[in-house]
Write a protein that binds this ligand. Structure first.
Ligand SMILES: *Cc1c(COP(=O)(O)O)cnc(C)c1O
Length: 222
C-alpha cells in the first residue's frame, strides 16, 4: 500500500511540476491538496508516511473524526474544508480547519465571523464561485462575486486569500478556470483553488495555486 500511494503522489507532483514549467511558473507555487474524504485509514496512513501534509475534506464531522486526533503527531498538518458548510457548523469548522474554501453567502460569513471571535482563531478563507451557474452547486454566481468579495472584506473584515471553483462535470474545465482567474485578478485576490484528478494539469496552466486531488492519489473512493 505504501509504495502504491508514494508512487501515485510522486506522479501527481511530477505532473504538476511539468504543467507549471510549461506555463512558465515555479512548480513550488502550486500546492497539492490531497482530498482524503471517504478514504480508508490505511491509505491515509500511507499518504502521511509519504510526506503529504495538506488534506482536503468535504464534511466537518468526518474530518473531525479522521484528523483531530492526528494533530499532535503531525504539527505541520494543514486541513482544508472544500465541501459546503452549513452556518450551524461554523464553530466546529473554525476550530478544526486551517483553510475554509467554501465561503459563498452572507449568512455564512456572519456565522464564521462570530465563530472566529469566540474561538480567537481565523482560518484562511476562500470564496467559492459557481462558475457554471449550476443550480445544485454551491458558490456565489460569477456576476455577484465582486460585490460578495467586497462585502466579506468590508463588512466582515476578512482577508479573502483565494477563490475556489468546481466546474460542471460535463464541460471543458479550461474556460471555468479562466473565468475564476479573471474574477480573482480584478478583485486583487492572489490564490486560486481549482483542478481535481481529471483536470489539475489544465488548472495549473490557468494559474491554480492549489489543486484538490483525490482519486488520482488515493485510488477510487469506495
Ligand atoms: C471530491 C472532491 C475533489 C477530489 O476529486 P477527485 O476527482 O477524486 O480528484 C476535489 N474537490 C472537491 C470540492 C471535491 O468534493
Amino acid at each position: 500500500m505504501f509504495q502504491e500511494i508514494q508512487a501515485a503522489r510522486a506522479d501527481v507532483l511530477a505532473r504538476i511540476a511539468a504543467a507549471a514549467k510549461g506555463a512558465g511558473r515555479d512548480p513550488a507555487s502550486v500546492e497539492l491538496v490531497a482530498v482524503s474524504k471517504v478514504q480508508p485509514e490505511e491509505r491515509i496512513e500511507a499518504m502521511l508516511a509519504a510526506g503529504q501534509r495538506v488534506y482536503g475534506e468535504n464534511r466537518v464531522q468526518e474530518a473531525e473524526a479522521r484528523w483531530a486526533g492526528r494533530r499532535a503527531a503531525y504539527p505541520d498538518l494543514e486541513l482544508r474544508l472544500i465541501g459546503p458548510l452549513q452556518s450551524n457548523k461554523a464553530k466546529e469548522a473554525v476550530e478544526l480547519f486551517d483553510v475554509i474554501e467554501t465561503l459563498d453567502r452572507e449568512k455564512l460569513a456572519g456565522a464564521l465571523a462570530d465563530a472566529c471571535a469566540k474561538a480567537g482563531r481565523v482560518p484562511r478563507l476562500y470564496v467559492q464561485v459557481n462558475t457554471g451557474e449550476e443550480e445544485q452547486k454551491a458558490g456565489v454566481a460569477p456576476l455577484d462575486a465582486d460585490a460578495f468579495i467586497a462585502k466579506v472584506r468590508g463588512e466582515f473584515r476578512f482577508v479573502v486569500e483565494g477563490l475556489m471553483c468546481i466546474p460542471p462535470a460535463d464541460e471543458p474545465a479550461g474556460p471555468h478556470f479562466a473565468l475564476l482567474a479573471k474574477i480573482a485578478k480584478r478583485n486583487g485576490v492572489a490564490m486560486l483553488s481549482m483542478g481535481m484528478s481529471a483536470d489539475y494539469e489544465t488548472a495549473v496552466m490557468f494559474g491554480a495555486t492549489s489543486v484538490r486531488v483525490g482519486s488520482a492519489l488515493f485510488g477510487a473512493r469506495g
